[in-house]
Design a protein around this ligand. Sequence first.
Ligand SMILES: C[S@@+](CC[C@H](N)C(=O)[O-])C[C@H]1O[C@@H](n2cnc3c(N)ncnc32)[C@H](O)[C@@H]1O
Length: 324
Amino acid sequence: MNDVLRTLDRIEISDREEFERAVLAGLSRTPRAIPPKYLYDARGSELFDAICELPEYYLTRTETAILTRCAAELARLAGPGCALVEFGSGSSVKTRLLLDAMHEPVAYVPIDISRQHLDATAARLRRDYPRLRVEPVCADYMVLSALPTDLGRSPRLGFFPGSTIGNLEPRDATSFLRRARTLLGDRGALVLGVDLKKDPRRLHDAYNDSAGVTAAFTLNLLRRMNRELGATFDLGGFAHDASYDPLEGRIEIYFRSLRPQTATVAGRTFSFAEGERVHTEFSYKYDEAGIAALARSAGFTIDKTWTDPDRLFAVVYLEAAPGN
Ligand SMILES: C[S@@+](CC[C@H](N)C(=O)[O-])C[C@H]1O[C@@H](n2cnc3c(N)ncnc32)[C@H](O)[C@@H]1O
């Protein structure tokens, strides 16, 4: 076996071990919860792309329209010769709007936890942007302490679209932004896509689509546990459960047991009562004051905010506040 294959094997074994530890810990605590990053295996990433196309899921369409409108101004604010660093890059579709507008970007660094999807996306970008240096980083952006890529002294423009910030609880959102602030440096800036508070019905529908794609995305986590951890979840025994909590200002997503049952994970048996839920994801919604407070808490100032005419979504340009 050559060194590269041995390294890949090691990475995959440690990914699997980490996943197993997180699942066992998450099912052992009260209330039960599994961190959202595990929703994104290769199939999860494909399902997320399908969610982005759903009529009920206004987020992607709206953010894309805003970015189309403001890309030239974002490029002007960032200046020439930047390295674009994207957190949770997925299929890097919106990224192309920025890359097309930016003046002589020196590199694109997509960071994502979903390894296969990241590699396939990087290959497509290299094909479509042959002059651009594309340096994918497969990592958890919550623990990444430095970029493994040498970007020299180029200013760094961060990109965190897709309302992914909403998946983080407020304390984690602040610590993520602080980390991003450090990774991007004192001359850095960040383009952030944030979903805004709105009619709860509209929010509910966005996470309960009639085609059942969001349900398939949540329940894919059970499939992943069965495949990667040898777990014994009955795939028909659980349902997707998503609702908006107006007090917390967040969508809460779970898988819910449809009857009393047990499942084994890595030799341990867990019982689930009928109606018992396992939390998989939050999606926090913000208002302008909340975005300003979040930016401030992490050492950023808001340079400019763009929204759509219905104020469904916001794109914010944050600059590193001096002295933070
Ligand atoms: C909501 S999707 C957004 C995808 C894309 N940026 C967009 O706007 O359509 C979140 C993305 O972040 C990645 N992700 C989730 N948690 C992560 C983590 N802790 N570290 C790195 N990537 C993560 C997922 O694999 C997924 O591609």
